[in-house]
Ligand binder design. Sequence first.
Ligand SMILES: Nc1nc2c(c(=O)[nH]1)N[C@H]1C(S)=C(S)[C@@H](COP(=O)(O)O)O[C@H]1N2
Ligand SMILES: [Mo]
Length: 199
Amino acid sequence: MATRGFFGNRRPEAPREIPPGQYYETGFPTLTAGPTPRVDMANWSFSITRAKAPLATWTWDQIMALPMEEFTTDLHCVTKWSKLDSEWKGISFDTLLEAAGEVTEDYVMIGSYGGYTTNLPLDDVTGGKAWLALEFEGEPLEPNHGGPARLLVPHLYLWKSAKWVTSIELMDTDAPGFWEASGYHMRGDPWSEERYWGD
Ligand SMILES: Nc1nc2c(c(=O)[nH]1)N[C@H]1C(S)=C(S)[C@@H](COP(=O)(O)O)O[C@H]1N2
Ligand SMILES: [Mo]
């Protein structure tokens, strides 16, 4: 039985409080449904769309020219590990959304190379809470962790932080993404343990 107590003598104690049911992880595990997609940098693009039509599109060079910020954050995976104080560099989603003009929708669907999707309330990706992350601990983001660019929404469980991100679709009504369609929670707040449907 894999209880918290079973790992008690092997796992270091977290230096501060972590969400309920989580354990402190000092490494950075990789979790992907399927293979790491090959992303062709010459054709890389990122778009904000409405009814699948682009409102704003960036090439890699255009993305790299946008203002970036450095931030330090905790990560919480629904498989129960929490990684503290990871250091990132990226572009605030607020900066990206400005280019889309007036946004009246309340939800977004994030799309990735390889077909992964995840849905979020617009409120969870605005107000300085989400980034298009390009660097981890001072290095370009590795392919297995979502390089060249991933979404980071660290206040929600990590399945919301889509790797190899390529689009953000604005939606009037919520709809489930890849994991949400098979039982994961529509929002995924780790502090309220919103892991699965009905949590
Ligand atoms: N494109 C894509 N993004 C993804 C996933 C995926 O399978 N494909 N897995 C999600 C899940 S379930 C987790 S826990 C995190 C893992 O991120 P990591 O591999 O950098 O630890 O990525 C999330 N983003
Ligand atoms: Mo996950």
